[in-house]
Design a protein around this ligand. Structure first.
Ligand SMILES: NC(=O)c1ccc[n+]([C@@H]2O[C@H](COP(=O)([O-])OP(=O)(O)OC[C@H]3O[C@@H](n4cnc5c(N)ncnc54)[C@H](O)[C@@H]3O)[C@@H](O)[C@H]2O)c1
Length: 265
């Protein structure tokens, strides 16, 4: 590997330049580790949640990478439940999502799961707890703005409902699409958004419209009461801080992938 590549590889930065989440767990000094990662927390020392902690309040702050991993744990835990697994330990869960057992233990601890030593985590309790933290314990109404090639595929996807997301409405400006039905949802004229949302604002909106339209439409959605946006348009939205925005930029993700392949990770 060339020197220039080596210097770009985040894994090869000195540890003290890396954010905590990127540091290998077994390279951190013990006094920097959360309790559940210290050496006395050895393999086979996983916990089952005690009932009094199950109702623990939601963590107010979780690092972004931990939220992303929680979502992956949630997906794998659903699969485990479907295949009749009642318990799992951190090594098994870590293997399923490709992170170390120590990171799994730290994440689950931050999510409020603690308990007895030596048995493993209860799959069902973890599903309930992570679902609660991620908001999947409640129903979210989601609207889709823009039913082009991407929006069309999203409307046909059946995986949102089981996580608590119900696509309630879809809007477009194209007269050819307006009035047609995709995935069981009638596509409405975007000009109707205001009157529809005045009656009942959705919680969340998915933006699958051209980048040059995204800022105006996002501002309109916020003014109509939407509080979270999943934005597929490759543009940075400037919205009030109270509005949650998650950007899904597939081209950037491909760039990250190409970088990872190129740098030999
Ligand atoms: N298709 C992909 O794989 C993909 C991948 C990455 C990112 N994206 C991004 O996602 C967005 C959508 O992509 P696409 O391929 O579906 O585009 P598309 O051109 O197929 O669809 C866009 C749709 O938005 C509608 N639209 C335009 N202005 C609107 C408005 N003000 N209100 C409501 N609807 C409006 C259009 O009529 C059209 O149906 C784009 O910003 C694109 O860059 C798409």
């Amino acid at each position: 590997m060339s020197d220039s590549r080596r210097s770009q590889n985040p894994d090869e930065r000195p540890d003290d330049e890396r954010p905590d989440d990127e540091r290998p767990d077994d390279e951190r000094p013990d006094d920097e580790r959360p309790d559940d990662e210290r050496p006395d927390s050895v393999e086979g020392s996983d916990f089952v949640e005690s009932s009094d902690r199950t109702k623990a309040s939601l963590p107010t702050q979780l690092p972004g990478p931990a939220v992303g991993r929680a979502s992956l744990y949630f997906r794998e835990l659903h699969r485990l439940r479907e295949s009749k697994h009642a318990t799992i330990n951190s090594q098994q869960l870590g293997r399923l999502v490709n992170v170390s057992p120590a990171v799994v233990r730290r994440d689950l601890s931050a999510l409020g799961t603690v308990g007895r030593r030596g048995v493993g985590y209860s799959v069902q309790t973890l599903i309930e707890r992570i679902g609660e933290v991620l908001g999947s314990g409640q129903q979210w109404e989601v609207v889709l703005i823009g039913v082009g090639s991407l929006g069309d595929a999203l409307l046909r996807y059946r995986g949102f409902e089981r996580l608590g997301f119900t696509l309630t409405d879809a809007f477009d400006v194209d007269p050819v699409r307006i009035g047609t039905t995709v995935g069981g949802i009638k596509i409405r004229d975007a000009a109707e958004m205001e009157s529809r949302f005045r009656q009942r604002p959705p919680n969340l909106a998915i933006l699958a419209i051209p980048a040059e339209k995204a800022a105006d439409v996002a501002n309109q959605l916020v003014s109509l009461g939407v509080c979270g946006l999943l934005n597929f348009a490759p543009v940075t939205l400037r919205l009030p801080p109270r509005i949650a925005v998650v950007n899904v930029d597939l081209a950037s993700e491909l760039q990250r992938l190409a970088f990872a392949v190129q740098s030999g990770r």
